[in-house]
Design a protein. Structure first.
Length: 212
């Protein structure tokens, strides 16, 4: 399912947004192709903090893709179905990598310990990793699984790509990974979107910012 894109830094709500082309000056649009091609490419190599700021549009349902895996490759999950229809609410927390420092020490534990976690509905942690890695990570962070937070693998990255929330950092992660984000779902629709401005930081996507 295609998602509308919004150029924002913090939480978003459904509203119109300018097209990327409208943000360019007329002189930029008339620039010859040769000048564009001559631009330095070193910034592109620093993909850890170099991707464009694009957020999922509020007001949309999550994509119905049965590509996420929970616990094992054979147990597939579609968040488009899990969080669909009136009354469906929850939070989808995207992280760049299981077992990474910020994800393991700050970001995900903040949700697991948050006093308002139960009020948030169904909470999912999604990462572009395989199902075995995500299960091991869940067992480490939440051994008793009392929090109810579910850890889902996106091994192919298809869910992340459908949200347009992937970024490339080959020198660090190898393949495409998910930006650090949080999607608040109410009545089966995306209500608020939080995406870290530099893809991987821990500022606006922390539990206290998202859950209150």
């Amino acid at each position: 399912m295609a998602f509308r894109l919004a150029l924002r830094r913090g939480p978003t709500t459904a509203s119109a947004c300018p097209s990327p082309s409208s943000l360019l000056s007329s002189s930029s649009r008339r620039a010859p192709l040769a000048a564009t091609a001559a631009a330095p490419t070193s910034a592109a190599r620093r993909a850890f903090h170099a991707t464009a700021r694009r957020d999922v549009a509020a007001g949309e349902a999550l994509p119905d893709l049965e590509v996420l895996q929970e616990g094992s490759p054979g147990n597939t999950v579609s968040l488009g179905r899990e969080l669909s229809g009136p009354g469906a609410r929850g939070v989808v927390v995207g992280v760049p990598a299981a077992f990474s420092g910020a994800c393991s020490q700050t970001h995900v534990p903040g949700y697991l310990r948050h006093p308002r976690l139960r009020d948030a509905g169904s909470v999912f942690v999604v990462s572009v990793n395989d199902a075995f890695v995500m299960k091991a990570w869940a067992d480490q962070l939440d051994p008793t699984h009392e929090s109810g937070v579910r850890f889902l693998a996106d091994p192919s990255g298809k869910f992340t790509k459908a949200l347009d929330l992937g970024f490339e950092a080959p020198a660090i992660f190898g393949d495409m990974r998910a930006k650090r984000y949080a999607l608040v779902i109410e009545d089966g629709k995306v209500k608020n979107v939080y995406v870290e401005p530099d893809n991987t930081g821990t500022t606006i996507t922390l539990a206290e910012k998202v859950l209150g």
